[in-house]
Ligand binder design. Structure first.
Ligand SMILES: *Cc1c(COP(=O)(O)O)cnc(C)c1O
Length: 228
């Protein structure tokens, strides 16, 4: 099937155009392919199209794919809600975890990451637009969490992750402002380089506001079927 390859090229082209519009360098924005609900065969095809970073939301599903695709050099990102009792597998199997929103979770991930592995890349999830059904720490908690989490030995705190309500451009701008502001709290400010925001429906606005990593599912793989 050539179709996933075409979708991949088209999304990369959209990112490129959005960067030009925003007067940013195209290499400043990474594409994370969000592959939840899609079978390993689809990820393999996307990999053959050149994609290396894949994001999964559900741990059991992700672990099965990590095993099925272990012959590939995939960078696995966990973008779902992090439960306290799941941190060990996350620390072992993933390269990035985006949904960290409490110190205790970060401490567990750091303790459970093997010293023989590279530090685990972390984004701090912020509830940037005060949604009540949402995960993420409050914006006012971010500075202290950055100070604390950036000291943990087996983590590399890379930046912030937000999931605002669709097309909330203001929330993207708020996230960017916060991202710039709290950098000074980081023990290793040179590690602070990632603002994970923007999905299929709003990646252009997110890039305009300063996103460095868009998490794209539907535009790459087509609609998800949750009935299977
Ligand atoms: C599912 C998901 C995405 C991808 O959403 P699309 O609209 O399909 O691009 C991005 N981020 C998170 C956290 C998700 O759960």
């Amino acid at each position: 099937m050539a179709s996933l390859q075409i979708l991949h090229r088209s999304v990369l082209e959209q990112i490129h155009q959005a960067c030009l519009l925003a007067k940013r360098m195209p290499e400043e924005v990474r594409l994370l392919a969000v592959s939840k609900t899609h079978p390993s065969a689809a990820l393999r095809e996307m990999y053959d199209a050149g994609q290396r970073a894949f994001g999964e939301n559900y741990l059991q599903e992700a672990l099965a794919k990590i095993d099925e695709l272990k012959d590939l050099n995939i960078e696995w990102h966990f973008i779902g809600h992090v439960q306290r009792n799941k941190t060990k597998l996350l620390a072992e199997k993933f390269t990035w975890v985006h949904g960290v929103d409490r110190l205790i979770i970060a401490e567990r991930l750091s303790n459970q990451r093997e010293s023989s592995q590279e530090p685990l890349n972390i984004c701090l999830q912020v509830n940037i637009d005060a949604q009540d059904s949402k995960d993420g720490c409050q914006p006012k908690e971010v500075a202290l969490l950055v100070r604390e989490i950036s000291q943990l030995p087996h983590l590399k705190l890379r930046g912030l992750m937000v999931i605002p309500a669709p097309n909330n451009v203001h929330a993207f701008m708020d996230a960017h402002e916060l991202f710039e502001k709290v950098k000074t709290e980081h023990l290793h400010p040179e590690d602070w380089d990632t603002l994970s925001m923007g999905m299929s429906g709003d990646m252009l606005e997110a890039i305009q506001a300063g996103s460095t990593m868009v998490r794209v599912g539907t535009a790459l793989f087509g609609a998800r079927d949750y009935s299977k």
